[in-house]
Design a protein around this ligand. Sequence first.
Ligand SMILES: [Zn+2]
Length: 239
Amino acid sequence: MDYAVRPARSALLESGKFPSTGGPAIFEDFDQIGGDCFRSGLISSHAGNISVRSGDSLIITRHGAMLGRLRPEDLVEASLDEEGEAKEASCELPTHRAVYSRTPARTILHTHPPHGIVLSLLGSRIVPLDVEGCHLVGEVPVLSAASPVGSLEMADIIAEALLEYRLCMLRGHGLFVRGETLSEAYCLTTAFEASARVSYLARVAGISTPSRECADGSTWAAPDGSPRPATPGNPEKPA
Ligand SMILES: [Zn+2]
């Protein structure tokens, strides 16, 4: 916890300076989730982005904002229209717009979970080895884009994937999660990274059979011969 930040944040909340971005309640949500993402090691200081659907528009973090130290002016309102201008918005605005246009997403959380990124370099999908990962997250597709930052190409493939899945990884870049609420998106994000860490550690420990499953997604074969657990494609509601 950065105690130098909290008093400043309180002062901003009391100032009432929330011109077009949903007021203090939305800012509180962004601030808490952004801070949690940074303190959890899911993003570096200026990485990641957060958005919520708001009627015919969306509210998204500003380009270059520090999610761990958000200020009210770091929230930017943009239309869902792909042609609409929003110069200060995150460079991933095209992806957020495409996901809101094509899926029932109400919130989107984009982070750079390190263990998940390592696993994304190894195959076309990430299948959990642990019970919590199987139960909460399920299989996560890994997507590739020639231009993996802020491009219309990645917007298109991520929106397509998030029609079927609630989470998807962009290879070597990061995780995109859609949710009903930011808390739900954060829950899925942390469960995914915790599961990816288990898979990574299994590889380091030389547990070869499950790690092969995670790498190439071919067949499940637990060391004791037990059957593959059910891994639904990102179940709609976490338990
Ligand atoms: Zn990113």
